[in-house]
Design a protein around this ligand. Structure first.
Ligand code: ARG
Length: 563
């Protein structure tokens, strides 16, 4: 049962307004002493020729207490509703405990497809912290949409194409070490790539060699292709290790190279639609009308670029998936690029480009002096994650040295702490990294929320087998009611997170639940309560752990058994 909907239904029988419209108008009062829901009566004043407070008083008199309404009061033009707490507790807790990890699932996405492109690192290059931000943000959005019933596709638009691969191949052929490549591919590829640039200063002919090798690669030379394929495969194996830490998987790794044979069509379409203009030998789409610099399509040597591949990818995705939404989770630094792509697709007559959106992410900044000495972009995700795991292990060892599986716990807590920091604020805000904040076990942090869940689970373990049902009307305190209200609010949080493309809404909501549980835990006994209350509190604990775990898994955080 949806209490808000029920209340809206009751109001609709008394006023000339549809239930749905009433639903939209119903507010959550700022303070709990003003009720759980409030309905503003101002808009009826004109038609009824009556003051809003009179209307509210009149309506309040007509609404009786029942299984939905515990109490209704008129206050300054508002109708304040207090739900029937006993029923509310029963409804929500039964629903959570029946649905388990599916709590909050909805039908809103039935029959709709959402593509989420995220992560999209470049092969043979280190995966930097910015890619980690995109990875976690995109994965959370995808999981949110999936929870809401949408069919989703997780796309990793790998950067695996471009003239730099001519240099990479040349460098590897000159100085590469196969053993080192197998052992730590990205480090080895980066080593020789850097060497290439150093050597090319002294021996400019290396540049020509790289150009020739790239040409050979494009023409499908088997040796070049095999090398490129090897670099690609090994890079993806590395990326997957990192994805695994956060339980992230992809449905497609089709990257830029996948579109090489699909660009001719796009270029031809642009030409047929008279959108291509020559500019200094290059072919561009003029976007001056839209106050944007031109979108470069073909360089003066006829080579395609990043944008050309994105146009081809857009077309391909529309044909392949017929999406309702196509999201690109990429750093804000590429905002103009995506605006250009969407505008060009619109100019080509593809109205579906309106259903594409760039979900921009912010920069990571490092507050600790030690980290701040390096420039943000050069920080590798692996460095940060390894450091997080190490530092967490130290903390775990000092706090709970007898713990089994310490390394595993430290990893879950360390990764969780990093994910939490990345997803705790809205996407506009720069992400500030400081180890002190990240690894704090209190307040707004990953470990704090994880720990709350661990504690709840340990309470349940200690209780052993408890009855499969409970009388939830035994939960009568404000702390318990507020907690259950927050559990119910998880549904609205999911919807808000999806509508705003903001995973932080989930992060914030699970944190609120954790805080409310701790408040309850610190003010009321569980094990020592009388048997019926104890049973109900154990079920409440189970529901809390369930919703926290569901929310955390959406944002890529696992809960260890102990910590
Ligand atoms: N590989 C790019 C980078 O690392 C991001 C790709 C974004 N996606 C796209 N469709 N252009 O910056």
């Amino acid at each position: 049962m949806d209490f808000k909907k029920e209340i809206a239904g009751k109001i609709s029988q008394l006023v000339d307004m549809e239930q749905e419209k009433i639903m939209e108008l119903i507010e959550i009062p700022p303070q709990s002493n003003m009720g759980d829901y409030a309905f503003p009566c101002f808009q009826f004043a004109k038609v009824l020729r009556k003051a809003p407070n009179m209307i509210a008083a009149d309506l309040a008199g007509k609404l009786a207490q029942d299984n939905v309404i515990g109490k209704v009061e008129a206050a300054g033009g508002y109708l304040n509703f207090f739900v029937n707490r006993a029923e509310f507790m029963k409804e929500i807790l039964t629903e959570v405990n029946e649905k388990g990890r599916d709590f909050g699932a909805s039908k809103e996405g039935d029959g709709k497809t959402v593509l989420v492109e995220f992560s999209s690192p470049n092969i043979a290059k280190p995966f930097h912290i910015g890619h980690l931000v995109n990875t976690l943000t995109g994965s959370a959005l995808e999981k949110i949409y999936r929870h809401l019933g949408y069919h989703t596709e997780r796309l990793n638009h790998i950067g695996d194409y471009g003239t730099q691969f001519g240099k990479q191949i040349a460098a590897y052929k000159h100085w590469g070490n196969e053993e080192a490549l197998e052992k730590d591919p990205i480090t080895e590829l980066l080593r020789v790539y850097v060497m290439f640039h150093e050597e090319a200063e002294k021996h400019p002919e290396l540049e020509d060699e790289a150009r020739q090798l790239f040409k050979k690669l494009e023409d499908g030379d088997p040796e070049m292709l095999a090398l490129w394929q090897k670099f690609r495969d090994l890079s993806i194996v590395e990326f997957k290790k990192l994805y695994k830490e956060f339980n992230i998987e992809f449905d497609s790794y089709n990257g830029e190279s996948f579109y090489t044979d699909k660009m001719g069509e796009v270029v031809q379409m642009l030409r047929d639609k008279n959108l291509l203009v020559e500019s200094n030998g290059a072919q561009i789409v003029d976007l001056e009308k839209f106050n944007m610099p031109p979108c470069l399509i073909l360089k003066s040597d006829g080579a395609t670029i990043y944008a050309t591949r994105d146009l081809a990818a857009g077309l391909y995705r529309h044909r392949t998936y017929n999406f309702d939404k196509c999201l690109y989770v990429v750093g804000n630094t590429q905002a103009l690029h995506f605006k250009q792509i969407f505008t060009v697709l619109k100019l080509m007559g593809f109205d579906w480009a309106d259903n594409m959106a760039h979900i921009g992410t912010s920069l990571v900044k490092f507050a600790d002096r030690k980290m701040a000495t390096r420039s943000g972009d050069m920080i590798y995700a692996k460095t940060v994650l390894n450091e997080a795991a190490e530092k967490t292990l130290e903390i775990v060892e000092s706090k709970n040295s007898g713990l089994a599986d310490k390394a595993d716990v430290a990893k879950k807590v360390g990764m969780g702490a990093v994910a939490y920091t990345i997803l705790k604020n809205n996407r506009d805000r720069d992400i500030i990294f400081s180890w002190e904040d990240i690894l704090s076990f209190e307040g707004d942090s990953g470990p704090y929320v994880q720990y709350t869940c661990v504690r709840g689970k340990s309470v349940m373990r200690k209780a052993g087998d408890f009855p499969s049902t409970a009388d939830y009307s035994k939960l009568t305190t404000d702390e318990e009611f507020n907690l259950v209200k927050l559990l119910d609010g998880f549904k609205a949080a999911l919807k808000e997170a999806a509508d705003r493309y903001e995973p932080f809404v989930i992060t914030r909501h699970v944190t609120e639940i954790a805080k409310a549980y701790n408040k309850f835990y610190n003010s009321h006994p569980i094990m020592n309560a009388e048997p019926e209350v104890k049973a109900a509190r154990l079920h409440l604990t189970k529901a809390v752990c369930n919703v926290i775990e569901t929310g955390l898994s959406i944002i890529g955080i696992e809960v260890p058994e102990n910590m």
